[in-house]
Design a protein around this ligand. Structure first.
Ligand SMILES: *Cc1c(COP(=O)(O)O)cnc(C)c1O
Length: 304
């Protein structure tokens, strides 16, 4: 490994009032603490991309993301740690006013390359990639969200730290890279549930299925009922839930991904969706810097 985590992840049992006598255990896998700037699943999705660069003598990585992208910020920070140059292809004209996330990328030495929404939509097309390769010779191109074989392999390392005693693993879904890596590497019989934070997240079924091993096809489900208005959107109820969860469990959740996942798990437990002997491990995929716009409304600030 080119670089190693700051802190090792650990499992924290939680005791919310809503789970008593309904399931046997609910715990949180704290990946959010592995590194202050490369939090949660991003560390895992990026680690083999950087190893690949080190092995191949590649000195520059190129990543894609929106103006608030956790992936872009994590890539900037992790490339910096590994002594690599980085380029971020950013959707929209945010050069006019950088978001805090883009400002952070810049401070980490990332060169920002702004494209229109229409250009960004062509991010997987060969001619667009050829153009970028010509502009940034020798750069290793990481697809949006780290959604490649190396990203899924890295996410698979998360499964390696999940004890066999868990019957269910719950994880928030963006590109589905983390979900797929976990599904393919948990013990047989463990069910993996993905929680989509956007409207119409059912499309993810078709995205994830080709990445899942044939023998694991029946061992996961993606739920899209708890999007709270859409990707990046939130309600006052969600923020109240995050505050309460922090006060009771001492765990900061992020508003974009992990709060919606945790809410979904809570709803399912309340409605008796899980059996009494279920042991559920909720993966804290990090992303706390995404709380910056609501830090004033959270009793823990961003929590990151
Ligand atoms: C990026 C991110 C995800 C989504 O991960 P995918 O591998 O793209 O599905 C989930 N949770 C948090 C906190 C994230 O930052």
């Amino acid at each position: 490994m080119v670089i190693t985590p700051d802190r090792q992840p650990y499992i924290q049992a939680i005791t919310p009032s809503w789970y008593h006598h309904k399931v046997a255990e609910v715990s949180v896998l704290r990946l959010d603490i592995v590194h202050p700037h490369v939090s949660g699943n991003k560390w895992y999705k990026l680690m083999y991309q950087l190893d690949h660069c080190a092995l191949q003598g590649i000195k520059k990585v190129l990543a894609f993301g929106g103006a608030y992208s956790n992936h872009l910020a994590a890539t900037a920070a992790m490339a910096n740690l590994a002594g690599l140059q980085s380029v971020g292809v950013v959707r929209g004209d945010f050069y006019k006013k950088l978001t805090p996330s883009l400002q952070f990328c810049k401070e980490q030495g990332m060169q920002l390359h702004f494209v229109t929404y229409a250009e960004y939509d062509r991010k997987t097309e060969p001619d667009m990639l050829a153009d970028l390769s010509a502009q940034y010779p020798g750069a290793f191109i990481i697809p949006e969200g780290g959604a490649n074989e190396l990203g899924r392999r890295g996410a698979g390392e998360i499964a390696a730290i999940i004890p066999e005693s868990y019957t269910h693993v719950a994880v928030a879904v963006g590109t589905g890279t983390t979900l797929a890596g976990i599904i393919n590497n948990v013990p047989e019989g463990t069910q993996v549930y993905g929680y989509a934070p956007m409207k119409g997240g059912a499309y993810l079924d078709d995205v994830v299925a080709p990445w899942v091993l044939p023998e694991k096809q029946g061992s996961y489900k993606i739920f899209d009922n708890w999007h709270f208005g859409g990707f990046g959107k939130h309600t006052t109820e969600l923020l109240a839930f995050m505050n309460e969860f922090y006060i009771e469990q001492n765990i900061p959740l992020d508003k974009v991904y992990t709060a919606k996942m945790m809410w979904g798990v809570m709803e399912q437990i309340k409605m008796g969706f899980f059996s009494n002997n279920a042991r559920i491990l909720c993966v804290h995929t990090g992303g706390l810097q995404g709380n910056i716009s609501v830090a004033n409304e959270l009793c823990y600030g961003t929590g990151g």
